[in-house]
Design a protein around this ligand. Structure first.
Ligand code: GLC
Length: 455
């Protein structure tokens, strides 16, 4: 009996020390790390939400928010003619902003497809523009060497077999009505459609680097992994594109490998997110103004400093930022989006070294007052981002013996490093601090960066 108890105790302690979650595939941890290498390194991407909702120009959920019927929504399809669409220009702007990957909505929740799918007529090739807009986008990215990402909506408010629920544009107040409303709708057929379209996207456009599936809302009146058959969908995705990186919205969270990174939408995480006690690869997706699709009369645009703060803070906690642009119905970025992108570009031109290849700083380094740290483990350099530019002296708490050289990143000019003042040391108050002597005049950078070459 004693022996049995001992065996059980050992088993339980081993099992809790190494929790073995369920798995879909058999990729080893190191392989996953390798597969995600470029994404973790590059840190900064562009999201593009574009579709016929650019015509009403008041949010990509307009059909849902205003409960617009298919018939009423049809005018946006009939008039979709983005004559200025030139994805080369989009890609150039992404590149200038310092973004390394782009993710475009091939289909959003309204069901409209920017690509030439053989499974629907509800696609760009049947609108006045008459072109496969996804193909041109992929070509432009490839030519410029940026990574290619597809967003695909799991929801579909247009497909006749997608059952109506509380998230549907045709939702009703009385829950009991749904059974009647959904008579004749067959989710099996929709599921097949969804799988077919994802197969098309991952077969007809060459190598796709990233897939952003959106979203699941499991529960009594919702939809989740069973409705999408997420398990088989993911298997298919991985077999068609073995190198692809997939987000976490398939409702496969109980699997260790049911997703590659977590998605934190429109909020700042307080620390590096963990899943089952383990730090996870993560990305925050953010808008310039609150809406993903082009919104003409939206005025809550973030300023340059807030935008840069989003990027730096994400990297300082080991994550990525994907920043969204909603092109207009003519197919271009409007002047507000261009100005926001330029804010990134101006800063990244001189400071990208504190972003690419960087991550959270080792714990031994405390961030000086009003600053954010990032760290490049390859080069062993630490970056101090000054959110509030101090007057002349910046104290580095307990950095003594750790710094070989210090410079301003934007111009590579030396910064004098010294121990704390003789008086402080005499009092034996700060024996391990260092002080940096900064120029009085704030460098011409929204957020100046100090580069420390560490011992
Ligand atoms: C949400 C919204 C959607 C947007 C997405 C981006 O799930 O439904 O409109 O595409 O987030 O993260």
């Amino acid at each position: 009996m004693k022996k049995l108890i001992l065996v059980i105790t050992i088993f339980l302690s081993v099992a809790t020390a190494f929790p073995q979650g369920k798995r879909i595939g058999n990729e080893a941890e190191v392989q996953k790390k390798e597969r995600m290498g470029w994404w973790v390194h590059d840190r900064f991407g562009m999201f593009i939400h574009w579709g016929i909702y650019a015509l009403p120009a008041r949010h990509e959920w307009v059909k849902n928010y205003e409960r617009i019927s298919d018939e009423q929504y049809q005018k946006y399809f009939d008039n979709f003619n983005p004559d200025l669409y030139n994805p080369k220009e989009w890609v150039r702007k992404a590149k200038e902003a310092g973004m390394k990957y782009v993710v475009l909505t091939t289909k959003h929740h309204d069901g409209f497809c920017l690509f030439d799918s053989k499974y629907t007529d509800y696609k760009a090739t049947n609108t006045p523009i008459g072109r496969d807009l996804v193909k041109e986008y992929v070509d432009a990215l490839r030519t410029e060497g940026l990574k290619v990402g597809f967003y695909y909506s799991l929801l579909d408010w247009h497909h006749p077999d997608y059952t109506i629920d509380g998230f549907h544009s045709q939702r009703v107040e009385d829950e009991k009505e749904y059974a009647k409303l959904n008579k004749g709708r067959d989710m099996n057929k929709y599921r097949e459609y969804l799988h077919n379209q994802v197969r098309e996207l991952l077969t007809n456009y060459g190598k796709i680097d990233l897939l952003w599936l959106d979203f699941s809302y499991p529960g009594e009146n919702g939809k989740g992994s069973k409705d999408w058959d997420s398990e088989n969908l993911l298997k298919m995705v991985r077999s068609l594109q073995p190198g692809i990186i997939v987000n976490d919205r398939l409702d496969l969270n109980e699997y260790e490998d049911g997703w590659d990174f977590t998605t934190h939408e429109q909020y700042k995480v307080s620390k590096w997110p963990e899943v089952n006690g383990k730090k996870t690869p993560w990305e925050t997706c953010q808008t310039f103004s609150g809406s993903w699709g082009y919104y003409r009369d939206e005025y809550t645009w973030k300023d340059s400093k807030q935008l840069l703060g989003l990027l730096i803070e994400s990297v300082s906690k080991g994550g990525n930022l994907i920043m969204n642009v909603g092109p207009t119905a003519r197919g271009v970025f409007d002047e507000r989006a261009n100005a926001s992108l330029a804010a990134f570009g101006n800063w990244m031109k001189y400071n990208s070294r504190s972003i690419y290849g960087c991550t959270q700083a080792p714990e031994e380094f405390e961030a000086p007052a009003m600053s954010l740290l990032t760290y490049n483990p390859e080069t062993n350099r630490l970056y101090i981002h000054l959110l509030d530019y101090p007057l002349q002296n910046l104290v580095l708490p307990n950095y003594k013996g750790k710094v070989k050289y210090a410079q301003l990143l934007h111009d590579g000019s030396e910064i004098a490093v010294s121990a704390r003042s003789a008086e402080d040391i005499k009092e034996n108050e700060y024996p391990n601090d260092l002080t940096l002597s900064l120029p009085v005049r704030k460098p011409n950078d929204e957020i100046p960066v100090i580069e420390l070459i560490l011992e």
